[in-house]
Ligand binder design. Structure first.
Ligand SMILES: C[S@@+](CC[C@H](N)C(=O)[O-])C[C@H]1O[C@@H](n2cnc3c(N)ncnc32)[C@H](O)[C@@H]1O
Length: 353
């Protein structure tokens, strides 16, 4: 091994011994939370030590919930936010409204006015130029209008100087007993970082449903005798506890995990053992919200809010990948600059000799 390679490997070994994610080498510190909802992105980023500098959501109940739990008052309609008024930040998060792209929506996609809310994201990105972006939408976003919606987002981010990747991830692969597939888009601005970014690897297992079901749910969560009987007449479960799922055609199936929680669908379509609806706390657990999250507002409000939220462990794993890529590029740059200054030092010493 020549002297240069030896020095690089010594320095790299020393640096690798530090935590690759929370190392001070990562200069990703702050984030903005657009379309913040009740803060799924916020929790994921907080758990990695990042600090929120701005949030916004048009829905008042979400803003109240967010303020109650994070002590931050989100701004309202993003269309009224001046990009210049958003504080500088390192990562921009946005789970932009999915109604126009969702299977329970009308699939108008780009023709739907709400589908253009991503233009508001671009407007802020253009001015604030965060180092990284993590965007989220429903799985169908990837196929909507033959991929035109996804393509439009990625092309415009490339035009703004970001290298982009996207992938469909499933909450089931991140330890949660919920089948929830989402398109995640990652954009990185610093040259060379995307080459170091890795998507998280799926975990082998998810939490048993029994671990997150409440022991004595209130009576109000139970379906009527009529609904319970109707379900039982259509389905014989293989396992318990299980979440029974009734699809649009009236077919009932059951699994040791929940199908995706939704914001606006009838709350009777998912029943624990065919008998009762999930409680707000169980719904929050299915999305990975911590027990410390305090619920304010009605059951129907929280059901809508949780149905819109991002699965926290899934986003956390993606953000870990973003932080790790930034740490690696900084480490690499530091090794290079250490070597250059060492060369200067050696040259100076030889002058003195
Ligand atoms: C898919 S949800 C995002 C949920 C969030 N990621 C979470 O974990 O809770 C989309 C959010 O966008 C908000 N929204 C819709 N139109 C908006 C607008 N014009 N300005 C700001 N927020 C808006 C909705 O109220 C909703 O909470």
């Amino acid at each position: 091994m020549d002297r240069r390679s030896e020095t690089i490997s010594k320095i790299s070994a020393k640096l690798t011994n530090s935590n690759p994610i929370l190392t001070p080498l990562s200069d990703i510190v702050t984030f903005s939370d657009l379309f913040c909802g009740i803060g799924g992105f916020h929790y994921a980023a907080n758990q990695l030590g990042l600090k929120c500098v701005f949030a916004c959501d048009v829905d008042q109940a979400c803003r109240e919930q967010y303020k109650h739990n994070f002590g931050i008052e989100p701004a309202s309609d993003i269309k009224l936010v001046r990009a210049e008024d958003v504080p500088d930040h390192d990562v921009l998060f946005a789970g932009f409204p999915c109604q126009p792209f969702s299977i329970i929506g009308d699939r108008k996609g780009l023709n739907d006015r709400r589908g253009t809310l991503y233009h508001e994201i671009l407007r802020i990105v253009n001015v604030k130029k965060p180092k990284a972006l993590v965007l989220e939408n429903v799985r169908q976003f990837a196929t909507n209008s033959n991929g035109r919606a996804l393509n439009a987002v990625l092309v415009s981010l490339c035009d703004l100087g970001y290298s982009c990747q996207w992938k469909v991830l499933n909450a089931l692969d991140f330890g949660l007993p919920q089948k929830r597939e989402r398109v995640i888009m990652v954009g990185l601005r610093r040259p060379g970082v995307m080459e170091l970014f890795e998507w998280p690897k799926p975990l082998q297992d998810y939490k048993p449903l029994a671990d997150l079901l409440e022991k004595n749910p209130a009576r109000k969560h139970f379906a009527s005798e009529r609904i319970q009987k109707k379900r039982l007449s259509r389905h014989t479960p293989k396992t318990s506890p299980a979440i029974w799922h009734e699809n649009k055609g009236g077919n009932v199936s059951s699994y040791p995990f929940s199908c995706a929680l939704r914001a606006n669908a009838s709350h009777n379509y998912l029943l624990v053992d065919g008998k009762r609806r999930l409680t707000p706390r169980e719904q929050l657990r299915l999305q990975g919200f911590p027990e410390s999250f305090e619920v304010i507002g009605s059951d129907s409000q929280i059901r809508k809010q949780v149905g819109n939220a991002v699965p926290i462990p899934m986003i956390k794993s993606v953000v870990e990948g973003v932080l790790s890529a930034h740490s690696q590029i900084k480490r690499r740059n530091r090794v290079t600059s250490t070597l250059s200054s060492r060369r200067v030092h050696e040259r100076d010493s030889s002058v003195h000799l």
